[in-house]
Design a protein around this ligand. Structure first.
Ligand code: 5GP
Length: 195
């Protein structure tokens, strides 16, 4: 990917990642309530909409064909396959917000974070960690009605994701969600007035 067109603007780009089940969404929800000036990128996904999700707000829900067209056209900053579905970050809106001085937050998986590290190394990379692996295990297993094979797969994946922590600039431990949100908020930076 060409790095020249991925120059960050005056505001800070933060990549927020961490193992599935660690609680990224709850932390982000609090950050958004406290800091409405932070812009959370809206990803494209091919997965089905969950109850309560709104197209264009939580994700842009697209078909696989549409997603593949975006990949071909090079309009995604990064993309990855996760649990059989495709997810990607539209590049244009991220660059426009940064140019406009708005702190931008990307909630993406590890594969995506690694791609952004290649194309926009000046971004800051934040890892959300569980208080312990045992606690993450408890959250993943306790999620619902999945069969043993699905749970095994999820735990293996979580282990791989946990091992990537040293690749990140900062780790936030999600011991208490309010505390974790405060810490993330402190890292995001404020709005920059573009003259
Ligand atoms: P969910 O389906 O639960 O909303 O998200 C599943 C995973 O996909 C999460 O780990 C989330 O961070 C990741 N994800 C969401 N959007 C993107 C994206 O645009 N790019 C990448 N690489 N991962 C994403």
């Amino acid at each position: 990917m060409d790095t020249d067109d991925a120059r960050p603007g005056p505001a800070r780009l933060t990549v927020f990642s961490g193992p599935s089940g660690v609680g990224k969404d709850s932390v982000i929800e609090l950050v958004r309530a406290r800091a409405p000036w932070v812009w959370l990128s809206v990803s494209l996904t091919t997965r089905r909409m969950r109850p309560g999700e709104i197209d264009g707000v939580h994700y842009h829900f697209v078909t696989r064909a549409d997603f593949e067209r975006h990949v071909r056209e090079g309009s995604l900053l990064e993309w990855a396959e996760f649990a059989g579905n495709l997810y990607g970050t539209p590049r244009g809106p991220v660059l426009a917000r940064l140019e406009n001085g708005e702190p931008v937050l990307l909630k993406i998986d590890l594969q995506g974070a690694r791609q952004v590290k290649n194309t926009m190394p000046s971004a800051q990379f934040v890892f959300l960690a569980p208080p312990s692996f045992a606690e993450l295990k408890r959250r993943l297993i306790g999620r619902g009605t999945d069969d043993a094979e699905t749970i095994r797969h999820r735990l293996r994946h979580a282990e791989e994701e946990m091992a990537a922590e040293p690749e990140f600039d900062t780790t936030i431990v999600n011991d208490f969600v309010e505390r974790a949100a405060d810490e993330l908020l402190g890292l995001l930076g404020s709005r920059v007035v573009v003259s």
